[in-house]
Design a protein around this ligand. Structure first.
Ligand code: FES
Ligand code: FES
Length: 173
């Protein structure tokens, strides 16, 4: 192919659309690029953490159409046309998400590195199961590792959030 036959870089890069925290974003469709790097490096959403990069630690957990996924294992093409929520997008206009507030109230973090992934995974659990048992919380967060070992407080925080969400639901009935 002669140089005149080569497509310009701008034309050769297909773009994909996705919604991130409620905002429509257009990013390059690179088949080898994962959602984690797009969020952190292109969109500046560094609340989602890079832990292992291999799907083992849960630090990069985000919601895709409300389901908790590992952003380091989600190719950007898989997120096309979907709604992505990161830790930055969980809070509402009235303040922190109930899970975020419960983590604060329970003191459920030390270094905080695992916290965004934990909070997002817990929010996903409570949205599908508002009243989880302790074993169900443990199972849902089994893939989220805390190197500070704060699991008991994290469990407490998730149960506090569950109660808070139920009370909020009851007060609006
Ligand atoms: S960074 Fe994605 S699971 Fe560890
Ligand atoms: S609070 Fe430090 S890794 Fe969990």
């Amino acid at each position: 192919m002669s140089s005149t036959d080569s497509p310009s870089p701008s034309l050769s890069r297909a773009m994909v659309q996705l919604r991130v925290n409620g905002v429509s974003r257009s990013v390059a469709l690179d088949p080898d690029r994962h959602l984690l790097y797009v969020l952190r490096e292109e969109l500046g959403l560094t609340g989602t953490k890079y832990g292992c990069g291999e799907g083992e630690c849960g630090a990069c957990t985000v919601l895709v159409d409300g389901v908790a996924v590992r952003a380091c294992q989600t190719r950007i093409g898989e997120a096309a046309g979907r709604s992505v929520t990161t830790i930055e997008g969980l809070a509402g206009e009235k303040g922190p998400h109930p899970v975020q507030q419960a983590f604060i109230d329970a003191g459920a973090f030390q270094c905080g590195f695992c916290t965004p992934g934990m909070v997002v995974a817990a929010a996903a659990l409570l949205s599908r199961k508002p009243r989880p048992s302790d074993p169900e919380v443990r199972a849902a967060l089994d893939g989220n590792l805390c190197r500070c070992g704060g699991y008991l407080r994290i469990l407490d925080a998730v149960q506090r959030a569950s109660q808070r969400l139920r009370e909020a639901g009851e007060s609006t009935r």
